[in-house]
Design a protein around this ligand. Sequence first.
Ligand SMILES: Nc1nc2c(ncn2[C@@H]2O[C@H](COP(=O)(O)OP(=O)(O)OP(=O)(O)O)[C@@H](O)[C@H]2O)c(=O)[nH]1
Ligand SMILES: [Zn+2]
Length: 221
Amino acid sequence: MSLDRPMGAPRPTLDYRDPAGAPATTDAGDVGPPSRDEAERAVRTLLRWAGDDPDREGLVDTPKRVAAAFEEFFAGYREDPEDMLRRTFEEVEGYDEMVVLRDIRLESHCEHHMVPIIGKAHVAYLPNTRVVGISKLARVVDAYAKRFQIQEKMTAQIANTIADVLQPKGVAVVIEAAHQCMTTRGVHKPGVTMVTSRMLGAFRTCSDTRREFLSMIHGRD
Ligand SMILES: Nc1nc2c(ncn2[C@@H]2O[C@H](COP(=O)(O)OP(=O)(O)OP(=O)(O)O)[C@@H](O)[C@H]2O)c(=O)[nH]1
Ligand SMILES: [Zn+2]
């Protein structure tokens, strides 16, 4: 079944570290993944650029630590979100009501400034005979969050992947997040939260369904 997809259906793109993908080339002529040593040297350069001495005791291991931190922050490039949703369960006694996972902690990085985007995601779907393990919905959120992102794209990617793999009657994703590029630099507006949503299928076409979802994520006691 096809879901209403007004903005097209971008598929997850393979990154340069995926063996199945072609190596990416940049304007600087870089091809393929840099070595860890290159990455650490780049961090040294940034430390010097910031005005500090990368050889002083407190900073000497920082390039190593930053490289290791990047492996955590950007683990999503090594994950396949579609694969996470392949295992489903059918013995649900005909359960066909909305399944909502709310308040999923979201940790991402802004692709413009490489600083954190911190917030929460709410994900819902209307099952079409099959359900998926709920942890998998949170894993899909992580797989897209742990990349360089803008919030709109991340919201759409999560919803589109769930729609493509589970083929449910509808999918809804809402993300509420604070962007450190706005709170700790630039325009300096602490407390501002960006809210994005992607509604597909019944969540898009049926206002009652959408309202039920929104009241489940916001109308709490
Ligand atoms: N739509 C959208 N914009 C974002 C997101 N994250 C950061 N931005 C914005 O991306 C824009 C980048 O603007 P530029 O003018 O290229 O960069 P800049 O000079 O650093 O801009 P300022 O942040 O205004 O200082 C800024 O307005 C950011 O607030 C996001 O997830 N979605
Ligand atoms: Zn930013």
